[in-house]
Design a protein around this ligand. Structure first.
Ligand code: DX5
Ligand code: ZN
Length: 223
């Protein structure tokens, strides 16, 4: 069972990444880390390697690594390295890896390889991508991440039309856990959960406030 609200860090500055993780240490078990390659989306982010210990702090959390990249398979090794090999602790470091349906690499191969390493794998759908594409991957993934915005930036407005996907996924692919990412805040989080989401990813409505931990707790209390 995943926590319901997962804070999202989207940054190109490794110091900023560390500071944000530090803020949430002992406050949130899960953190969502946005990784961008400048090709799948035009922005570039920190790299997965920036999460590595000791100073990276990735091992203090269960990480949902959201790969907004063309070739997800190329990131697998670094994602696995965020786990502590000495402790073999599967509850810390990468816990879930999210691959985009719209990526150009061999997605099926990437998903299967990730799964073979014991990772929970999810597939993200851009706002314009219909849910029938899930039929191709439904046996390889445990979750689907519905994008409420065009990926690449924080602070964009949620597209309410994507909510229709939730009941449709529940009907056709009932085993999939459903997350919603992008544009989530106080004004729409209840509607998103009423539609049937299992968890929501929140970036700017947490981190662009005076007190991010307080903002996170407030959203959780709304559910
Ligand atoms: C969008 C990212 C989201 C983003 C969420 O490209 O995948 O995870 O960080 O930020 P907000 O909540 O501000 O849309
Ligand atoms: Zn994301």
């Amino acid at each position: 069972m995943t926590q319901k609200v997962i804070p999202a860090i989207l940054t190109s500055d490794p110091e900023d990444l560390r500071a944000k993780l530090q803020l949430f240490k002992a406050e949130s078990e899960w953190m969502h880390i946005d990784i961008m390659d400048g090709k799948f989306v035009s922005n570039v982010s920190v790299s997965v390697r920036d999460l590595l210990a000791p100073e990276g702090r990735g091992k203090d959390f269960r990480l949902e690594i959201h790969l907004m990249v063309q070739n997800p398979q190329a990131y697998l090794k670094d994602c696995l390295a965020t786990r502590d090999p000495a402790k073999r602790d599967k509850d810390r470091g990468v816990g879930r890896i999210i691959v985009h349906q719209e990526a150009t690499g061999d997605i099926r191969k990437a998903l299967r390889e990730m799964k073979a390493y014991g990772l929970e794998v999810g597939i993200a759908l851009n706002p314009a991508t219909p849910i029938n594409v899930l039929a191709l991957h439904a046996n390889d993934v445990a979750s689907v991440l519905i994008m409420g915005v065009t990926p690449g930036l924080q602070g964009q407005e949620f597209m309410p039309s994507v909510l229709e996907k939730i009941p449709a996924i529940k009907k056709d692919f009932p085993h999939l856990q459903i997350g919603v990412d992008g544009g989530v805040g106080e004004e729409n989080i209840s509607t998103i959960f009423q539609a049937g989401a299992d968890y929501a990813v929140v970036g700017s409505k947490i981190f662009a406030t005076q007190d991010p931990v307080e903002a996170f707790k407030k959203l959780e209390e709304m559910l």
